[in-house]
Design a protein around this ligand. Sequence first.
Ligand code: F0G
Length: 484
Amino acid sequence: MSNETIKMTSGEYVPIEMHKVRVVQKLNLLPIEKRLKAIEDAGYNTFLLQNRDVFMDMLTDSGTNAMSDQQIAAMMVADDAYAGSESFNRLQEAVEEILGTQYFLPAHQGRAAEHIISQAFIKKGDIVPMNFHFTTTKAHVELAGGKVVELFTNDALEIKSDKPFKGNMDIDKLKDLVKTAGKDKIPYIRMEAGTNLIGGQPFSVENMRAVRKVADENGILIVLDISLVCENMYFIKMREPEFMDKSPAEILRTLCDLADIIYFSARKISCSRGGGIATKNHELYLKMRDMVPLFEGFLTYGGISVREIESMAVGLREAIDWNVIRHSPEFIKYLVDSLDAKGIPVITPAGGLGAHLDARGFLPHLTSFDYPAGALAAALYIVSGVRGMERGTISMDRDEKGNDVPSEVELLRLAFPRRVFTLSQVKYAEDRIEWLWKNRELIGGLKFTEEPKVLRFFVGRLAPASDWPQKLQAKFREDFGDSL
Ligand code: F0G
């Protein structure tokens, strides 16, 4: 166990892969003319691009992580059975060993776990306080008749910052909310490790303990989302003095012991697929259990293939291996610090999950109603083949009156699937982002041409508000000649 990084003779900091590549997948890098056509065909929505047209897929770290040889090997010995599969027993043992929870419910992915938890505990008119919402979480809370209230701290949305724990919950706001809303209206408090939508920012154990205290004083449950807990643990170990000498296993246990219900997307935490809900409390387990056969599958597979169940069990054990944990945050830091040093607006300090470009700072000539984060995502794809994800106003659905709801932050997320990209690929992305920054005034807005009512960012289609994509292409050719 060590926190040290490897020092280069020059003194330069370079993140090092603590693994070697043994299986590879070919990539395509299309010429810019074809990329422009591809994004047009995709309705200027990076979710609708075909992967064959993408060079670096930085859309998400969900289900796109590299698996270890041990995971693949485990998949070969899976036990196919509708009920009582040995694979499930192995998963349950891994969950109990790593999270310290006796009861486990499989669900086909993270949002399915959110569905079950929301349906089991939320009544119409309830309020669910969170350190920050996640898109699918909010949709499920609302589907169950509840409302999300975000209690982030004043530092959380600062773009340029040196605050170590921007994912913390504001404890005073939590106390006020409990007082004004009434504890009976709050079925649970949700804490999200590695707060996704504000840039993969962590919360501290100290903060989680303070949330636990308020919860205990008022008899409220805590639900902990550990989908992104690996990177959150990395930052706890690096930044919270009490935990610098603790192992990731001890840190994870400390966090899990502070929650009543824990759930996760296995597409993230264990570099596999699937999801699940874990608890030490039998009564809470029973409240959720009957929904698994109804919505997911039988209790010993929950809609997940047995092969994935095996890879999940191994992946959960690898999720407390320091060399596995550190890889992503250290690569992300490399890109974020390089961009920041060039004055390119990016969320600092670097978080987990990915590098997050601040589209408001990048494109100050656009308003939220021009969808700057979506425009930046399309522009970056056009100039590089790098596919990122809009996390701004497009990711917010309209309010009841049909008005756009400007997002608090307008981000282009460049996710780092775990152990997937090499440093030269990261340097390529950095180079094209820098070129785009120098040519940012060429980028214009987007408007919807086809707009779903719920989670519109997934399949909505847009069009550029002018011929800015063609201008961008022309400038690219002028500067790069025949280069891809
Ligand atoms: N919680 C968090 C913190 C997440 O990041 C996600 C998914 C979920 C829950 C839902 O899990 O996808 O398995 O149903 N995040 C993905 C992303 C979609 O790209 O950030 P899921």
